[in-house]
Design a protein around this ligand. Sequence first.
Ligand code: HEC
Ligand code: HEC
Ligand code: HEC
Ligand code: HEC
Length: 124
Amino acid sequence: MMNPKHLFALFGLCGVLAAAALPAGAAGLQMSKHHAAVIKDCAVCHTQDNAVAGNAFVVPDDKVCMSCHGSYEALAKKTENLSEPNPHRSHHYGTGLSCTACHAEHSQPRAYCNECHEFKYTMP
Ligand code: HEC
Ligand code: HEC
Ligand code: HEC
Ligand code: HEC
């Protein structure tokens, strides 16, 4: 199958397919294991409102995540008793880091902090 990034480039060139249509190759993409059972429609995250340059099939905005998971502050409360520093309220970024700097939907999540640190997070 073609790399979805290439498909994007193609759609970018056409410029007409905009957000309504699902990019052909994207149908094979799986949702994350934590969302597969609870979110049935891709358009829950990939909306025109979140579209970047007219293409809804790019990284969605944090506001979608927060519409279900609550505010950054609420998340920070949930993770304040970890043995490692709170990823949702950090020394450098406060509550300003995009959710998708760490969490992912169709690929492996990775704690951005560990570009520099070696924190032992269990990344969901
Ligand atoms: C339509 C509502 C909805 C949206 C939108 C949504 N989620 Fe979720 N998410 C859920 C539900 C429901 C669960 C499973 C129950 C739970 O763990 O809260 C879940 C689970 C998760 C988990 C696993 C939590 C755990 O304890 O293992 C993570 C991480 C997560 N979501 C992150 C995100 C991110 C990042 C986004 C935005 C890209 C997002 N979610 C968008 C509803 C949503
Ligand atoms: C710096 C990396 C990072 C960022 C940015 C981040 N998270 Fe997390 N998130 C984590 C880690 C790490 C955990 C798991 C901590 C643990 O249990 O070890 C987590 C846990 C969660 C959970 C499960 C919380 C629980 O215990 O019930 C949800 C839901 C979640 N994140 C959603 C989000 C959303 C939504 C955003 C953006 C508003 C976000 N995260 C931003 C790293 C991050
Ligand atoms: C919970 C929110 C959420 C849902 C639901 C969701 N996505 Fe995504 N999507 C994302 C995020 C976050 C990214 C950024 C890349 C990543 O996390 O892997 C993304 C990226 C993409 C991309 C860009 C290609 C890539 O991998 O970089 C495509 C295409 C895509 N999604 C298609 C889909 C399709 C098709 C569905 C339905 C089966 C779907 N998405 C459901 C959050 C979501
Ligand atoms: C680009 C590299 C880089 C990234 C990414 C990064 N850090 Fe740091 N961090 C540092 C450096 C360098 C220091 C020491 C200087 C300072 O305190 O700012 C530090 C210091 C810290 C400290 C203080 C340590 C102490 O003993 O006083 C904490 C806590 C911390 N980081 C947490 C985080 C968390 C949580 C994340 C992810 C949300 C993160 N860092 C991401 C480079 C980074």
